[in-house]
Design a protein around this ligand. Structure first.
Ligand code: ADP
Ligand code: MG
Length: 282
């Protein structure tokens, strides 16, 4: 079975010649982001290096204004870095034009935001269909897929509703369905349970866990301990820098020699299974 993907907990990891390897999907290489505000400069990100592998499940923590959303925007190719490189599947995309970025983004990455960002004048079905339009998916197929996605999220009986006619939890389900429209490998979520009550939030967490089991790669900016408990990795950022990167022991074992913390710090894999391993980066 050399070179074949293994089932079960090793899904997404390829074993070759006895070593365990996980494919790199996204890499930030000393990425900075500055915003010039008149005479002063805001350093939203300062030389962040971070690798995301296939099927990683990562939580990003940090106080308000620490650069979490900026980090997600860099990973999601929604904005270009001021310095450093962003690599997708090993290829540097930091100097591509917006239309090229949009194509990669649309296929590869799905976004979920705290404020849902649905188009208020479109129905749930139309909102979910929208991302498929730039790829020229025929209307019938778009609507079929949108309906299937909404049904899979228990929203099958709300396809014709406008966002204003839905509860917060239902809107977030529509947003999740929309993020899945083009079957992306990576889901980036920015405080997805921030506007939801705790029970609805738990349902969204369960959807994320399920997506992870299905093989998706998830990076979630959150303050929600329920999400963090389920993730393999926790990245803490402060003042635009990664200050701590925590990796579960199981995850470190799966990654094997690919285990590398933000900033290129190597994590030593030892100790008991089930113990989260932490390393101060800065
Ligand atoms: P977080 O998501 O952790 O709250 P952000 O990434 O949104 O933080 O912001 C990081 C810093 O960058 C903040 O100081 C914020 O004010 C600033 N910032 C973010 N976006 C912009 C922008 N478009 N223009 C100017 N400053 C920005
Ligand atoms: Mg934010």
């Amino acid at each position: 079975m050399q070179g074949d993907a293994q089932p079960g907990p090793y899904r997404g990891i390829h074993a070759r010649h006895g070593e365990v390897m996980a494919r790199d999907i996204l890499q930030l290489d000393r990425v900075c982001k500055y915003y010039q505000m008149g005479d002063s400069r805001v350093d939203a990100l300062r030389e962040v290096s971070l690798t995301v592998h296939e099927n990683d499940y990562m939580a990003v923590f940090g106080p308000s204004g620490s650069g979490k959303s900026t980090l997600l925007h860099m990973m999601g190719l929604l904005d270009v870095p001021s310095c450093g490189r962003v690599l997708v599947d090993g290829k540097d995309v930091s100097r591509l034009q917006e239309n090229e970025l949009a194509r990669i983004r649309g296929k590869k990455i799905g976004f979920i935001f705290q404020v849902f960002n649905l188009v208020p004048s479109l129905t749930a079905l139309e909102n979910v269909s929208l991302p498929m339009m730039i790829y020229g998916v025929p209307k019938y197929e778009r609507e079929k897929r949108a309906e299937d996605l909404l049904s899979s999220l228990d929203m099958g009986n709300r396809v014709g509703h406008l966002p204003g006619e839905l509860s917060g939890g239902q809107r977030q389900r529509v947003a999740i369905a929309r993020s899945l429209a083009n079957n992306p490998e990576v889901i980036l979520a920015d405080e997805p349970t921030g506007n939801l009550d705790s029970k609805t939030g738990e349902e969204v967490v369960e959807i994320f866990n399920q997506l992870h089991r299905e093989g998706k790669t998830l990076i979630v900016v959150t303050h929600d301990p329920d999400i963090a408990r389920n993730t393999d990795e926790i990245v803490r950022i402060r003042d635009g820098q990664v200050v701590e990167h925590e990796v579960s022991k199981e995850h470190a074992v799966r990654l094997g020699e690919k285990t590398e913390l933000a900033g290129g710090v190597k994590l030593k894999v030892n100790g008991e299974l089930g113990i989260r391993m932490k390393k101060k980066v800065k």
